[in-house]
Design a binder for this molecule. Sequence first.
Ligand SMILES: [Mg+2]
Length: 230
Amino acid sequence: MRNVVVFDADETLLDLRPAVTGGLVVVLEEMRRLTPAAAGVSLADLESDWDAVFGEHAAAPVAQIRRAALARSLARAGLTAHLDELAALFFARRFALTRPFADALPALAALRREYALGYATNGNSRAERCGLAGEFTFELYAHDGGLPKKPAPEFYAAVVEAAGVPAEQIAYVGDSLAHDVVGPQRAGLRGIWLNRSGLPCPPEVRPDAELSTLAELPAVLRRMHTAKAG
Ligand SMILES: [Mg+2]
């Protein structure tokens, strides 16, 4: 039975922030083209509208949160009637700009020789729309088939089921301590923290490993399995 490595999507394999910013920039440009009332609306306003809606509805589907956030932003300039077209504009640009980090595809290629690879996300970054088509033996998206978001235990149970191996043979890799380390560990998986920006790890959290880049992952997994075998 092969060991399985499962990846978070956004900010782990995918460099999402520039894509979201790019999407918001075209929305703002279009708002300003539609009405002079949008001249006083800023990119920071659009970003804070997302934060506000996300804060209130964190468990909702990401596309729904984005749409509600855009509705708030459009209301700032009396453009609520344009929600459908501006949401379509946002998502088209956001997906067109979403790309894997430079270390993602080489790491997946190296790991594929030894491990089965999975993809499991709370978001709406469909692998095939983000430069990751055909990379994984399984993909899981929160809200598909009613699946609750991480860190719900049901999410990790679905990961284990999709992986088809016992939980202890699965390593979960991601940028969020709560979603990709603590949640998986509670479900019996290994939790590997991708800490690209060198954040401090709170003492109560013990990742099974910590990486600053995905390039370190093959060696880290090899050491982990050697230690276990020893
Ligand atoms: Mg993430």
